[in-house]
Design a protein around this ligand. Structure first.
Ligand code: HDE
Length: 697
């Protein structure tokens, strides 16, 4: 060797490998690093060169294989729902519904493994967690009879009624084709241009502009199968059904200013929250409920149960709880599991069936198809995360990335090979196999091939109005303000008034408030294809009317500084933890603060990196000297001001008052001392405070 060679792992060159123990600084002697062909790698630091300063050699198969594989690590992201977080868990059937469905997974006491993925819709895989957006809620049940995928959202209705409009919706809402922004979120020209021309979006827009689309946590969202499905019992009788997931922690949302600030504070806010909850044994849990009904009920409603822009109010058909889902294990590998999981609404098991909902029917094609382009092979079902946990046997063969090795020559059916001592392969199961429910699809008229929609689909406004009349004044103000905010970002002059013209069919006051918020004249009311009717309000649609006051699953920030009273800090921390919450100590330095007892309490978060939007409530425990220092710090003032502005409880020591004053905190029910009253307040949001801190439409 003429050049002076340097071997990074082992000091100066020239040493032979025999002298080096086959063990890296973090590895074990047994875990040998190999190539993909299983050949042990002797050096993972240096490529093969012709002399230490010479060219790298093409011969270096270790280098080439490593770079080759790296170059192909990325796969196409999902066209929608690209950003997601997932977890393993189980579903447990808690009620006997054998009168409705013969599915084994619904047998009371049966436990079925699940893999559940939550997602935003519009943003790319690397986008943020808290834009205003619908959340996907997809559950794969690995049942003993095959996989059932319930691929839903956190909103019970959808933007469109017919699958043929889906590409238009997605093109309009995703980043604009020429500009590549916005990366996530609907506040831009093309979405509102399209939506304002599509009155069928109105009901969904009401939900999208409500606090449902800015959830506090993925653990605190509801889930809905949206479409009407069928359940089929052992006698072959069918019942229509809608599926609901109800979170044990209740539904909780952020306020819009908080959601925006969360994007800056923590891009991964929801992903981290889900992961950490499971990691610390605080398992997210939902109840699965159904609304079951028959054809006579369906025929009697003023809306069509096949229309995905309509709900059935829970007050009309109460949700019957039939099971619970617990998510108790984080994925081991994000790519192999969360990214490669392939959901498909067409995956159903005996005992469940489809309805004619034209949106559902289109989905039955789309998901299987998209997985081929995303995962690259028709054999994606063989990936561990997608493979059923019951036997899979058929005569499908070959294809890219075939992972199984079928034996023998029986790759066709019928065959008589078994009778002659060869492997004959599986056979049909006329008794236990899946049979489509033989619904009578009507006589000659319904059988005609027509590009039409059923008559009641033309009512685009009655249920949008139902949503508006069912929520609180505060929720209405949020809806009107969100419409105003989103439309304020639209540069196309014709669009806001067109949308407001549609809103006049929902509620005149809503339309007027949005027009006032935008500073435009109230346009003429849009023609309605079908006049809306008034439906009885459904309080179940409101978040605020159904809040669960609890500290469980919530995170409380405790701001301290040098001199804070040690006993007060300890008591608040203990109180929060005993109530099931998480107490997070925040101080100007991560190293902590020296408390009144002379001891240093280490902080969980540094003030500059732990703004109050990441907490559900805050306790500010300061001494006079601590407060005098913090009152001059923008981060501390902002911390306090935002907690107040985001309608959270603030528990404060007497000496912290100057900081509260500087931050503009005014006394109300949510501003407390540090005792039991704080713990009670911390379980709530103070929506009554809002008119005092923010101008709403
Ligand atoms: Fe999807 N949707 N969708 N969708 N959807 C996809 O499948 C599609 C719809 C939903 O975590 C895609 O694997 C069509 C309604 C979720 O992996 C794609 C139509 C609902 C997820 C697709 C709809 C959903 C998807 C993109 C109109 C709520 C993420 C990547 C007919 C009930 C699942 C993929 C996950 C994903 C098509 C409408 C929920 C392209 C054509 C309604 C939760 O196949």
């Amino acid at each position: 060797m003429s050049d002076k060679a340097f071997d990074t792992d082992r000091g100066q060159g020239g040493e032979t490998h025999q002298h080096v123990p086959e063990k890296g600084p973090h590895g074990s002697a047994e875990a040998h690093l190999t190539t993909n062909q299983g050949i042990r790698v002797s050096d993972n630091q240096n490529s093969l060169k012709s002399g230490a300063r010479g060219p790298t050699l093409l011969e270096d198969f270790v280098l080439r294989e490593k770079i080759f594989h790296f170059d192909h690590e990325r796969i196409p992201e999902r066209i929608v729902h690209a950003r997601g977080s997932a977890a393993h868990g189980y579903f447990e059937a808690t009620d006997d519904i054998s009168d409705l469905s013969k599915a084994a997974l619904f047998k009371k006491g049966e436990k079925t493994p699940v893999f559940t993925r939550f997602s935003t819709v519009a943003g790319g895989a690397g986008s943020v967690d808290t834009p205003r957006d619908v959340r996907g809620f997809a559950v794969k049940f690995y049942t003993s009879e095959g996989n059932w995928d319930l691929v839903g959202n956190n909103i019970p209705v959808f933007f469109i009624q017919d699958a043929i409009k889906f590409p238009d919706l997605v093109h309009a809402v995703k980043m604009e084709a020429d500009k590549a922004y916005p990366q996530a979120g609907s506040a831009h020209d093309t979405f509102w241009d399209w939506a304002s021309l599509m009155p069928e979006t109105t009901h969904m827009l009401m939900w999208a502009m409500s606090d449902r689309t800015i959830p506090r946590s993925l653990r605190m969202i509801e889930g809905f199968g949206i479409h009407t499905f069928r359940l089929v019992n052992a006698e072959g009788q069918s019942t229509f059904v809608k599926f609901h997931w109800k979170p044990r922690l209740g539904v909780q949302s952020t306020v819009w200013d908080e959601a925006m600030k969360l994007q800056a504070a923590d891009n991964d806010y929801h992903r981290r929250d889900l992961y950490e909850a499971i990691d610390t044994g605080s398992y997210p849990e939902w109840e699965l409920g159904i609304q079951a009904f028959d054809q006579a009920f369906a025929d009697a409603q003023p809306y069509d149960v096949l229309d995905a822009t309509k709900i059935i109010p829970e007050e009309v058909i109460p949700v019957r709880i039939i099971g619970r889902m617990v998510l108790d294990r984080n994925p081991d590998n994000f790519f192999a599991e969360t990214e490669q999981v392939a959901y498909c609404p067409a995956n159903i098991v005996p005992g469940i069936d489809f309805s004619n909902d034209p949106l559902l029917q289109g989905r039955l094609f789309s998901y299987l198809d998209t997985q081929k382009s995303r995962l690259g092979t028709a054999n994606f079902h063989q990936l561990p995360i997608n493979a059923p946990k019951c036997p899979v046997m058929n005569f499908q063969r070959d294809g890219q990335m075939q992972m199984t090795v079928p034996k023998g020559r029986a790759n066709y059916e019928p065959n008589s090979l078994a009778a002659h001592g060869e492997e004959g392969g599986p056979r049909e199961c006329p008794m236990t196999g899946f049979k489509t429910f033989p619904s009578a699809e009507g006589g000659d008229e319904q059988g005609d091939k027509l590009r039409v929609r059923a008559e009641l689909f033309a009512d685009h406004y009655s249920q949008a109005r139902l949503f508006w009349t069912s929520v609180t004044d505060s929720e209405r103000a949020h809806i009107a303000s969100s419409f105003t905010f989103e439309l304020s970002k639209v540069g196309l002059e014709q669009v806001p008034s067109r949308l407001v013209a549609n809103l006049r069919n929902v509620d005149e006051e809503l339309a007027q408030r949005v027009a006032d918020g935008l500073g435009i004249d109230l346009p003429e009311k849009a023609d309605a294809a079908r006049d809306p009717i008034d439906m009885a309000p459904s309080p179940a649609l409101s978040i605020q009317k159904n809040m669960k006051e609890s500290l469980e699953g919530r995170s409380i920030g405790i701001l301290i500084a040098d001199g804070s009273d040690a006993a007060e800090v300890a008591s608040v921390k203990k109180g929060v933890e005993q109530a099931g919450g998480k107490a997070v100590i925040v101080s100007p330095k991560i190293g902590g603060a020296v408390l009144s007892d002379g001891k240093t309490l280490k902080a969980d978060g540094q003030l500059a990196g732990s703004p109050s939007q990441i907490f559900d409530a805050v306790a500010i425990i300061l001494s006079e000297e601590g407060c005098a220092a913090l009152v001059k710090q923008a981060a501390a003032i902002q911390f306090t001001m935002d907690a107040f502005g985001h309608l959270k409880a603030i528990g404060a020591s007497d000496a912290a008052q100057p900081l509260l004053d500087k931050a503009g905190v005014e006394a109300d029910e949510g501003v407390t001392g540090l005792g039991a009253d704080f713990l009670k307040a911390a379980a709530k949001r103070f929506y009554d405070r809002e008119p005092q801190v923010r101008l709403l439409a």
